[in-house]
Structure formats: structure tokens, C-alpha cells
Design a protein around this ligand. Structure first.
Ligand code: F6R
Length: 366
């Protein structure tokens, strides 16, 4: 049942190339320059004319929502807010009939996310669901939606759900951008072509496994770890830290790299591993200077870089390469080594990777 892998989590990490292509298959018609998503097509006017998108989710799905915020604002030019469902529902939030609420949930059963969409519906918002589990409560409660088609996710730590949620929301952003004319046809087409190359590039990124095991062995006894990223890769840093916390029980924090100097930099000493996402597209030079700041305080640097990078290699203790792609798609690649890192550390520490203590796969109580 684990397909030859030791754990469901590892199996699901390795399923991502197929999971991502299953997500876009039948939706992305590259030759025709089309994206078909019934849930969007059938409600195009309502969704494309939204004054605002409010994304509600919890945990890893909330991180996917943050990545989607960058993509939707960038490509479709619609303002996006990303809310923890648990905060949103109790805040007397301002919701109008011109808002479209996007609920993201792997299980489709998360109690807080469910309550948030009920509230949004009461206030007249249109609710769009991005769920993995077909026929789940949230998928039934929403006005429309798009499934991620990632297949069953058994490991408690979410992996392929995250990358497929990003894939669905990227397709949605591209589709809306094309409809609204906020991206050019050539840019749209280029994104589609690049998306089609992602599964192969994820496979490539998975080849870092042996190197990641070496890094895991080196830092498994750390008590703290920082994850830094900027732009599209800031939410990836949050997600990397969450993965490490939940399965290895090592304290980890994710931060936007530039925020480091506003506090967390005080934590850095020679004991502190800092994972930095420093891919070539998007704020590269700024991240390099953040890396220099860490180095001058003797922090240990594990950098996720674009294939062929030389500048960061000179500064970092370890570099893990991922293939090059357009900036908006980098999270689909940079996430991979971070998933593997948390997995290998947890295994080396003898933790129960698939069923970490105190956690449940779907959180059906608030
Ligand atoms: C993290 C994790 C949790 C879930 C969260 C939301 O690996 O599994 O943080 O992401 O409980 O669950 P869903 O997406 O099912 O609503």
C-alpha cells in the first residue's frame, strides 16, 4: 500500500510529479491556448468581476492560499486577502456580495474552514472551494469549486495536497488573467508551457534526496531552525517550517527574509541552521545579502538555489539545486527539498512520520 516506500509521506512526496499533472490534465489545453475549469467557466462573470477574493483556510492549505495571493494579484489583478478560517469566522468580518470567498481544504472537513464559508454564504458572498476529497463537506457546501485530484493523502503532514492546491489556483489565476486581459496572450501561453514542464522538474528536484539525507544527518540535533524566503517563496518558508515542526518536533520559524533584521536575527549563532530559498527569479540579490547577514553572524546556511548557481554556493554550507522556472511556479519546486528535509530529520530522530503526536489528518472540531 505504501508502494515500496517506508512511509506514506515519502510516497506522497514522490507522487507529486503525477499529482500535479493529474491536476492540470484535461484542464490545461496547451495547443489550443485554453484552460477549462467548469467551476470557473460556469461562473466566470461572478468570479472575474469580484471586487476582492478572500481566501480562508488552515495550516498548510493557508500557506497555499498565501502563494495564491501572489499569483492571483499578479496575474488577475484582483485584490486578495488570506485569512485563517478560525480568526475570520469570529471577527465579525466585512463580507459583501461582491466578494468571492475561496476555501482551500485538502480533507474538505476542517471545522473552522466550514464555519467560515457558512458565514460568507450568509453574507451573500460567492464561495469557491478547492478541495482534494471528492464529495467532502466543504466541497458540497460551496457554490462552485475545483478539485485538486491529488489522490488520497494519508500522511498527516500535507505534501502533494499543497503543490496541487497551488497548481489549481495558478490555473484559476491564469484563466482569470486571460479573461480580464490582465496578462498578454503570449505570457499566458508561456505560463502554460512552463506548467507543463513542472512535473519533470519536480522529478529532478526529488533527486536531491541523497544530499538532503546528508544535510538532515548534520542538523537533526538542532533545537531551532529558521526558514527564510521572499515573494512567492515566503509562504514556502512558512510551509517548510511547519513541516519540520509537525513531524520532527524541532522548533522552526518561517519568515520573510527581510523581516529577519526586525527580530529573528537575534537568534542566529553558530548552532542555528537557517534554510534560505534563494532561487534566481525574484529578489535574488536581496536574498543573497540576507545570506551574507546570516553568515557574518555564523549561522549555518542551507540554501535552495537555481541549478547552476555560483554566488550562493560560495556563501552557504549546503546548496540544494532545483531546476529553473518562472518565478510564479518556483514554489512547486522549492517546496520539494523542504518536504524531504523534514521527512529525513524526523525518520533519523525515530519519530512517527505518518502519525505525528497530537495531530489528526482532518480537524473536524474547532
Ligand atoms: C499540515 C497539516 C495541517 C492541515 C490543516 C488543514 O501538514 O496537515 O496543517 O493543512 O489542518 O487541513 P485541510 O487542508 O484538510 O483543511
Amino acid at each position: 500500500e505504501k508502494g515500496g516506500f517506508d512511509h506514506f509521506m515519502l510516497k506522497e512526496i514522490h507522487e507529486q510529479p503525477n499529482a500535479i499533472s493529474d491536476t492540470y490534465r484535461g484542464r490545461m489545453l496547451v495547443e489550443q491556448g485554453l484552460i477549462r475549469m467548469a467551476g470557473v467557466d460556469d461562473n466566470m462573470e461572478r468570479i472575474a468581476n469580484a471586487k476582492r477574493f478572500i481566501i480562508v483556510a488552515c495550516g498548510t492549505s493557508w500557506h497555499a492560499g498565501l502563494v495564491a495571493e501572489y499569483i492571483l494579484e499578479d496575474l488577475a489583478r484582483i485584490p486578495v486577502e488570506v485569512e485563517y478560517a478560525s480568526e475570520f469566522r469570529y471577527r465579525n468580518p466585512i463580507i459583501t456580495e461582491n466578494d468571492v470567498v475561496i476555501a482551500i481544504s485538502q480533507s474538505g472537513e476542517t471545522a473552522d474552514t466550514m464555519a467560515a464559508i457558512k458565514l460568507a454564504k450568509e453574507k451573500g458572498a460567492f464561495v469557491f472551494g478547492v478541495c482534494n476529497v471528492v464529495g467532502s463537506s466543504i466541497s458540497r457546501e460551496t457554490n462552485a469549486g475545483a478539485y485538486t485530484h491529488a489522490g488520497p493523502e494519508i500522511g498527516v503532514a500535507s505534501t502533494k495536497a499543497f503543490t496541487t492546491q497551488i497548481t489549481v489556483l495558478t490555473l484559476m489565476a491564469l484563466k482569470l488573467g486571460k479573461f480580464k486581459g490582465t496578462i498578454s496572450i503570449s505570457d499566458f501561453q508561456f505560463h502554460l508551457q512552463e506548467m507543463e514542464r513542472i512535473p519533470e522538474k519536480v522529478k529532478q528536484a526529488l533527486k536531491s534526496d541523497a544530499l538532503i539525507q546528508e544535510i538532515a544527518d548534520k542538523y537533526k540535533d538542532a533545537t531551532n531552525c529558521l526558514y527564510l524566503g521572499r515573494g512567492y517563496n515566503f509562504p514556502v518558508a512558512l510551509e517548510g517550517a511547519l513541516k519540520l515542526k509537525e513531524i520532527s518536533y524541532i522548533h522552526a520559524e518561517g519568515y520573510p527574509a527581510a523581516e529577519m533584521k526586525h527580530g529573528p536575527i537575534a537568534l542566529i549563532d553558530e548552532q542555528m541552521p537557517v534554510v534560505v530559498i534563494a532561487t534566481k527569479k525574484g529578489h535574488y540579490e536581496k536574498v543573497v545579502s540576507n545570506i551574507q547577514e546570516i553568515k557574518s553572524r555564523k549561522g549555518k546556511i542551507i540554501a535552495i538555489v537555481t541549478e547552476g548557481d555560483e554566488e550562493v554556493r560560495e556563501l552557504a554550507d549546503y546548496v540544494v539545486e532545483v531546476p529553473e522556472t518562472i518565478e510564479s511556479l518556483t514554489p512547486l519546486l522549492t517546496t520539494i527539498p523542504l518536504q524531504l528535509l523534514s521527512y529525513h530529520i524526523a525518520v533519523m530522530l525515530g519519530k512517527n512520520v505518518d502519525q505525528p503526536r497530537n495531530l489528526a489528518k482532518s480537524v473536524t472540531v474547532e
